[in-house]
Ligand binder design. Structure first.
Ligand code: ATP
Length: 368
């Protein structure tokens, strides 16, 4: 059992307020990913949990017990660094054995644990090698193995695969997921890569400027972003966001997008009213929520394709709407060439509305 709780954590580096009143509970065996842009305070929060960084105020609890005053080595929390931090003169075997010998484990037992972790990480054949002869991926496997041998209560990983090439990162993502399923240790993983976060996390903690923006499952943060920051940080290509005005036209809802208008179901009017919608609204719609047709159909507007990016399995098509661009995801080759005239509508179920000033989502969900 290992539950980590952060209560009102605050931290400054001089005049810079790096962590602002962070509250979070990471459940036993959960895999939580801290995601946010560079400098938002992810690493500092992680290091504070490990005891590598002091906090100004707040409590850090492990299984209900405050640990913020304990030395890092007394917290039973293992840390994996991006730069591996292996002992260069030790073999892989000795790197893995080191934390076990440090706590006085007998040689026989050390050997058993090292070989078992080595096998589970696919580095059993490298035990006699020195780190300098290993690839980046294998070095990181050793670093993760060294963190796992002690069977820590919790495992903290700071961009552990950030310096690997794209292909290897993909392989390592799958391995990390498998390892977590096998070991089940409560894990917190820091990254600025949303793909990594989406694919690994049970829950994602989106951070910006030292503040938690949203905590939720990958599906939650993707489908129901709490604010404009989350909406635009998660998802690639980025969500279309544009100021809009909603009008009632013959009892139906019509939203403006530059000089063009799109129809949405009439319930939108009542929903906006009941949410006390601000006068300045932004519409958010992901590319897959922009539906493109070759024919003029009810509810569709004529638009012109001006850039087509083929991704193999699908295309991303930039559509000119007045002076604005609406980015749509279509099947591959659906729009033949730039300059083609097509028709588009906005899928109501994928339309998000935000208060333009505060950035907060109005939490409006429309049916199809
Ligand atoms: P990155 O992905 O770039 O590591 P991050 O989200 O992990 O970013 P942190 O490393 O936690 O962010 O840094 C948060 C802020 O604190 C940044 O402005 C950084 O410059 C500052 N900072 C971090 N460590 C120190 C330090 N030891 N002394 C002074 N400022 C620091």
């Amino acid at each position: 059992m290992a539950e980590i709780e952060l209560r009102h954590i605050d931290k400054h580096f001089g005049a810079v307020h790096v962590i602002r009143d962070v509250n979070l509970t990471v459940k036993d065996r959960e895999f939580v990913v801290f995601l946010g842009p560079s400098g938002c305070g992810k690493t500092t929060t992680l290091r504070a949990i490990a005891g590598l960084e002091e906090i100004d105020s707040g409590d850090i609890l492990l299984d209900g017990k405050p640990i913020q005053n304990l030395h890092a080595s007394d917290r039973d929390i293992a840390f994996v660094f991006q730069n591996y931090a292996l002992y260069p003169h030790f073999t892989v075997y000795e790197n893995l054995a080191f934390p076990l010998r440090a706590v006085g484990m007998r040689n026989e037992e050390v050997d058993k644990v090292v070989r078992s972790v080595g096998t589970s990480l696919g580095i059993a054949h490298l035990l006699k090698n020195r780190p300098s002869s290993l690839s980046g991926g294998d070095m990181q496997r050793v670093a993760i193995g060294r963190a796992l041998v002690r069977r820590p209560k919790a495992l903290l990983l700071d961009e552990p695969i950030g310096s690997l090439d794209a292909k290897l990162r993909e392989t390592m993502r799958v391995e990390l997921k498998r390892l977590h399923l096998e070991n089940g240790s409560t894990s917190i993983y820091v990254t600025h890569d949303q793909v990594e976060a989406m694919s690994l996390a049970d829950r994602i903690v989106v951070m910006n400027d030292g503040v938690l923006q949203q905590v939720g499952t990958p599906t939650d943060v993707y489908l129901y972003p709490a604010n404009l920051f989350v909406a635009q940080f998660i998802g690639s290509p980025v969500m279309n966001v544009t100021p809009t005005v909603v009008r009632e036209v013959s009892g139906e809802a019509q939203i403006s997008l530059d000089s063009e208008t799109f129809d949405l179901p009439r319930e939108l009017l009542g929903m906006l009213q009941s949410k006390g919608a601000a006068s300045e609204l932004s519409l958010g719609v992901r590319p897959e929520g922009v539906i493109v047709s070759h024919e003029d159909q009810p509810g569709y507007r004529p638009v012109e394709a001006h850039i087509i990016q083929p991704f193999g399995g699908f295309d991303i098509v930039d559509l000119k709407v007045g002076n604005k661009t609406l980015r749509a995801r279509t099947t591959s080759g659906f729009v033949e060439k730039a300059g083609d005239r097509v028709w588009a509508r906005i899928d109501p179920a994928q339309a998000h509305f935000f208060d333009s000033k505060s950035g907060a989502s109005l939490g409006i969900r429309l049916g199809n």
